[in-house]
Write a protein that binds this ligand. Structure first.
Ligand code: MCA
Ligand code: AMP
Length: 502
């Protein structure tokens, strides 16, 4: 039966003996072998009681099996919900409960810690890892073909949770066509073919590593060198076998920090792409000076997939995110009125196209606040077009920190800090960081006569919050700067503490 996403990304590769994944030990997984396992996983989903439309939450270390589970969800019509492996049990509980996931698949090493949470949320627990796990055992001996469930372009394929300014995460509902239309555009725009070999060291629980990198490779029938994480030694060792790489800016600064990363090493490379956070013009220029390659920067969001990209053939302009992708409308608007601003003026970036999501799961008011009736999504990013029409992201109209490509919403941390013993109030800000671009700094105001125990507070945060969200520094002040309306002036705090990590 026809399945819009599965047929295009996966189904067409049946019998294809070309390598899909190249593993760190040099072993290869062909497209055909991958699809046979994915079909067994589709049967295992059925055996676990999962039907079309059910949510499958997955917090699994990066491994080929996780992509096979994504394929199995597409083939059965289940909704794939990947989760950051750094999330603590408290964080995961919210996603499983909010999404109503019927199945929660976690890493074998964390089953004991997460079992009670799954039971409380009414989700069945299975485990999965490279070559191991109860879900793998469930798939063992299942048929290697599966009758694909019919699904159309508007049917949901994935939920990705994004944090919110109120501190509550929102489940972005992505359809089959949101994913497929964007992958098609990117393959074409970035000229991926079946001769490409992508160096893949990103996590696969976010848009960048999964829906951009992996879907582009699947659609093109290309191969990926599938590395567990960013490790400069591994990247440098595998670079000669690759044609292209995608990364967040930290990938590029870490490579530049390594003297083994030379122009000779990458002379054969076709393309380097950066996104998820601003790439400093300085990094772009240093990269070109070292290698002769101009990094291609693009701009996207969880809710929209990719919106803009620098050109493949034309000038890749440092400090800009290029032009709207084909089929995507991008405008810069007045934040108050929504009116389109003249070229050059700074305003909120709004986007519309087949890439834009369907709304937030069970949050109609939030959806209405951010998704206009005419289909434009209000990104919350501030931008302007330069004289040649390149989009420049100049800042954010939302209180958001991006650390090493991970989004962190200060409100979530402030709510915890405000409740800490001896703390009257707090403000969490992002400050420049040489490795992560930005990092988290917390400013605390004590209750009168109290002096909060910062080590105890840090330890408490450590058990609730993923490591990447935890403040790298906490400072205690007498009061927070406020404007006449009583609003905390975070810009003043950012200025005061801007050199904390330089
Ligand atoms: C790990 N740590 C971090 C981060 N990552 N702290 C702050 N920010 C981070 N991003 C912490 C760990 O808990 C640990 O803490 C220490 O830093 C080192 O951990 P390690 O595992 O060695 O991590 P790393 O190798 O340093 O990781 C840095 C990284 C990684 C390579 C930048 O975070 C990464 O791969 N980021 C990519 C994120 C991504 O894919 N974003 C796309 C979102 P301790 O030192 O205490 O032990 S999708 C998106 O944004 C949109 C759609 C788009 O446009 O793409
Ligand atoms: P996420 O919610 O994880 O999808 O993150 C999306 C946000 O990342 C966007 O709203 C931007 O603020 C930021 N972002 C992504 N790509 C870029 C880029 N190339 N330059 C600046 N910011 C970016």
């Amino acid at each position: 039966m026809a399945n819009h996403l599965y047929d295009a990304l996966f189904g067409k590769h049946r019998g294809n003996t070309a390598p899909f994944l190249i593993l760190p030990d040099g072993a290869q997984i062909t497209y055909d072998a991958f699809l046979r396992q994915a079909a067994q996983f589709a049967h295992a989903l059925g055996a676990a009681g999962i039907a079309c439309g059910d949510r499958v939450a997955v917090q699994v270390d990066k491994c080929p099996e996780m992509i096979a589970l994504f394929a199995a969800c597409a083939q059965t019509g289940a909704i794939f919900l990947p989760l950051n492996t750094a999330y603590t049990a408290a964080e995961v509980a919210y996603f499983v409960e909010n999404s109503g996931a019927k199945l929660f698949v976690c890493a074998p090493g964390r089953a004991e810690e997460l079992a009670d949470m799954a039971t409380t949320c009414g989700a069945r627990l299975e485990t999965l890892g490279a070559g191991q796990g109860t879900f793998l055992a469930l798939s063992d001996g299942q048929p290697e073909v599966f009758d694909t469930v019919a699904r159309g372009p508007d049917d949901l394929a994935g939920f990705l949770y994004t944090s919110g300014t109120t501190g509550r995460s929102k489940g972005a509902m992505l359809t089959q066509d949101n994913l497929l239309s964007n992958a098609r555009t990117l393959v074409d725009h970035w000229q991926f073919t079946d001769r490409d070999v992508l160096l893949h060291a990103l996590p696969i629980f976010h848009t960048h590593g999964l829906f951009v990198a992996t879907n582009v490779i699947l659609l093109a029938g290309a191969s990926m060198i599938f590395l567990p994480k960013l490790d400069a030694d591994q990247l440098i060792a595998w670079m000669p076998k690759a044609t292209s790489m995608m990364g967040v800016p930290t990938f590029y600064t870490r490579l530049l920090d390594d003297p083994r990363f030379t122009g000779d090493l990458v002379a054969h490379m076709r393309l380097f792409i950066s996104g998820s956070a601003p790439l400093l013009a300085d990094t772009h220029e240093k990269f070109e000076a070292r290698t002769g390659h101009r990094i291609l920067e693009r701009y996207g969001m969880t809710e929209t997939n990719m919106n803009t990209s620098n050109p493949y053939d034309g000038e890749r302009r440092p400090g800009t995110v290029g032009f709207a992708l084909p089929g995507v409308d991008v405008k810069v608007c007045d934040p108050e009125t929504g009116a389109t601003l003249p070229r050059g003026d700074i305003g909120v970036v709004e986007v519309r196209g087949p890439n834009v999501f369907k709304g937030y799961w069970k949050m109609p008011e939030k959806t209405a606040e951010e998704l206009r009736e005419d289909g434009f999504f209000i990104t919350g990013d501030l931008g302007r077009f330069d004289d040649d029409g390149y989009l420049i992201i100049v800042g954010r109209n939302k209180d958001l920190i991006i650390s090493g490509g991970y989004n962190i919403y200060p409100k979530e941390i402030e709510l915890l800090l405000d409740a800490a013993p001896g703390v009257a109030e707090s403000a969490v800000i992002g400050v420049p960081h040489p490795d992560f671009g930005e990092t988290v700094l917390a400013v605390l105001v004590p209750e009168p006569g109290q002096s909060p125990d910062l080590d105890a507070i840090a330890a408490d945060l450590g058990s609730t919050l993923a490591r990447f969200k935890q403040p790298r520094k906490m400072v205690v002040v007498g009061e927070l700067p406020r404007n006449t309306m009583g609003k905390v002036q975070k810009n003043i705090l950012r200025e005061t503490y801007r050199d904390s990590f330089s």
